[in-house]
Design a binder for this molecule. Structure first.
Ligand code: H79
Length: 559
């Protein structure tokens, strides 16, 4: 009888687990696609089009504002702007050499502007004659050539597609809403038609990078549906808006100042002032620029993001030498330190006064940007069983370390420092434990009080256009340090403005919460170690949605 009881209990538990995993987890294919995307870390963005010819000058005047938007910023009438097409004959454009440059830079994919706000199509389209094949003396499909070169050299190919269009007569013209214009129905249909062409005629598209506009929820979801129907593995940028993207895009040249709980990317240009080629851009101190971009790459990767770095080739197709040099130098740095970049994960060790950390395959990587005084690097709160420590730029140099009261000290004196950043690898056995500064311990009654003030928040970045987009809280997490081997009663009370069910995960075991209610369960905590409690949405179909927590009290009371 007892066996039967425990058997049915086990079965019930199993069914529950299956139910939970079916409901909360996106399918395997989606996860794999997202992982492959996240693992790339570093990609090339290309802003290139008719705007690369005037290159930030109109009527002999320097035009400020992003140079790829010169049609808007210089108020150029459509018939005047269209004349640029007749001059577009990029004899210096060489897709193979672009791909080889991206590879040399350590970039894993290339995303090119198929159509920017000016409405000029860098691909052959049956829906507009204002395109590279029909309107220019060049007559060749740039996208086709670049996608083929990407295939040839085994690098992923993606496309940028602006949701606004200053050429298409039925779309909104350049206006005062700073490119967050609505999309009239005829324009939406035009967009859908061209998206279909892009996802049909150019082989596998690794990501489609929508930008700007202010589509309705219905428009965003129709676009998403079409993309996924044509290419289920094509990742969609968050600038499709209305939570329809697969990954979040930070503002132009912005890095998040908060922890992210979804795949994300920082799009960056070599100079913040422009993405398209600007002839009068001041380009001085290249070493400082290389330093800035390498540190940005490390910062972004250590926070779990991808770095999309732009080049703006000239109207004749030539890559600006300064930009080429920056990319080549980044590539040299990555070549030495690639293990600490690609396929790495974040670590609980936050930013340290000497730099950042990443991790992979039983190795912890310390990216040293500011060399510590006396060349003694310390990490507080780290309990780790070290087998070997060495710099990635000379793996034969073994470094000495001491470990006292959870403080690890590494002697860096034998290290030859790189002028940008030096990576130290720590190989370790088993799991390491890091006690974060915000670790919560029990109060005198052996009770843990968890709430929105002592949690660590994880964010997405969500909205219906560029300017409404803001951080949402998609996960709350508490690290608690338990000293005793005993059971705890778990009591939860909360108020949420969302109808979605929540899931409280204690050391990877799920407890489903019913809205605005209190549940009591008995749980076990691991003694003398960090226990992780997380609050997430049960249904992960929309990973960007805010948990909507208005107030929350979690009590763990010793039994
Ligand atoms: O293609 C590039 C831009 O042309 C396009 N997105 C990137 C990838 C873009 N179109 N409109 N916007 C971006 C609006 C952006 C406005 C701002 Fe800013 C960027 C506001 C703050 C940062 C530019 C720089 C204007 C003020 C500062």
């Amino acid at each position: 009888m007892k066996t039967l009881q425990s058997f049915s209990k086990t079965m019930a538990l199993l069914l529950l687990i299956i139910f939970i995993s079916c409901n909360t987890k996106p399918n395997k294919q989606t996860l794999q696609t997202k992982n492959e995307w996240s693992n790339r870390k570093f990609s090339m963005f290309i802003h290139w089009g008719l705007y690369s010819i005037p290159a930030g000058m109109w009527d002999n005047k320097k035009i400020t504002g992003y140079s790829e938007q010169i049609k808007g910023h210089a108020n150029i009438p459509t018939n005047e702007y269209r004349k640029l097409a007749k001059q577009f004959n990029p004899t210096k454009w060489n897709p193979d050499s672009i791909v080889l440059l991206a590879k040399k830079a350590g970039m894993k994919s290339i995303i090119i502007t198929s159509k920017h706000h000016d409405g000029f199509c860098m691909f052959d389209t049956q829906y507009s004659d204002f395109n590279i094949v029909k309107a220019t003396p060049y007559k060749r499909d740039i996208l086709k050539e670049l996608s083929n070169a990407c295939k040839k050299y085994n690098i992923c190919f993606g496309v940028y597609f602006s949701l606004i269009d200053w050429d298409y007569p039925k779309a909104m013209p350049f206006s005062s809403v700073r490119n967050s214009d609505s999309i009239p129905p005829a324009h939406h249909q035009y967009n859908l038609n061209q998206i279909r062409e892009l996802l049909t005629n150019y082989g596998d598209i690794s990501e489609i990078w929508f930008d700007m506009g202010s589509p309705t929820y219905k428009q965003s979801s129709e676009i998403r549906q079409l993309v996924k129907q044509l290419q289920p593995n094509c990742m969609i940028s968050g600038r499709i808006w209305n939570n329809q993207g697969d990954f979040v895009v930070m503002g132009d040249n912005y890095k998040p100042e908060f922890k992210m709980g979804v795949p994300w990317q920082t799009p960056a240009s070599i100079f913040n002032q422009t993405w398209g080629y600007r002839s009068w851009q001041e380009r001085n101190n290249i070493n400082q620029k290389i330093h800035e971009k390498i540190i940005d790459l490390i910062n972004i990767v250590s926070s779990g993001g991808n770095y999309l770095l732009n080049i703006g080739p000239k109207g004749n197709g030539q890559v600006v030498n300064y930009e080429k040099q920056v990319l080549i130098e980044i590539g040299k740095w990555i070549k030495t330190n690639k293990e600490a970049i690609y396929e790495t994960t974040t670590t609980p060790i936050g930013k340290q006064n000497w730099g950042y950390t990443t991790s992979k395959d039983q190795k912890l990587f310390l990216h040293i940007i500011d060399i510590p005084k006396n060349k003694k690097l310390t990490i507080k709160g780290l309990d780790i069983n070290i087998t070997k420590i060495y710099p990635l730029n000379n793996t034969n140099i073994l470094l000495e370390s001491t470990h006292k009261k959870n403080t690890l000290t590494i002697d860096l004196s034998p290290v030859l420092f790189n002028k940008y950043a030096t990576v130290i690898a720590i190989e370790y056995k088993n799991n390491y434990q890091y006690i974060p500064l915000n670790t919560i311990t029990a109060n005198i009654n052996n009770t843990f009080n968890l709430n929105t003030l002592n949690c660590e928040k994880y964010h997405s970045y969500s909205g219906h256009d560029y300017y409404s987009t803001k951080p949402t809280v998609v996960k709350m997490r508490w690290n608690i340090l338990n000293n005793y081997n005993q059971n705890y009663k778990l009591k939860v009370r909360y108020k949420s403005n969302s109808k979605e069910k929540l899931c409280l995960c204690v050391n990877e075991q799920n407890h489903i919460l019913n809205t605005n209610s209190e549940i009591i369960n008995t749980i076990q905590l691991k003694p003398e170690s960090i226990n992780c409690i997380e609050l997430v949405q049960l249904n992960q179909n929309n990973p960007h949605k805010d948990l909507g927590i208005e107030n929350l009290d979690i009590l763990l009371v010793a039994e």
